[in-house]
Design a protein around this ligand. Sequence first.
Ligand SMILES: [Zn+2]
Length: 101
Amino acid sequence: MKWWIKLNTKAGEPDRTAKLKPDEFAAEVIGVKCQCGAEPMFVSGTGKRISQDPKLKHDTYEADAVCTKCNGHVGIIYAQVSTLFGLEEDERTMNMGIRIY
Ligand SMILES: [Zn+2]
């Protein structure tokens, strides 16, 4: 699985992404300091969903990234998984209780 975070930026600023080092309960955002001063910054993800980005929705989940120290919303976490049929199809298959080997 491939992980990354897209950090919140102010209007007009270019997109800013960073690598994540996932831990059991949170992920360290490599090389990024939170506005609350947390360094390194650890984030946890809430509201996991299939990405709405047309380029990513086939195989990537996203979740809101929240700083574990100040609870501020700092960006969006992306998790790209390997999938046989695409996430929507995989979830449908799993919900039916069918396993395909
Ligand atoms: Zn913070």
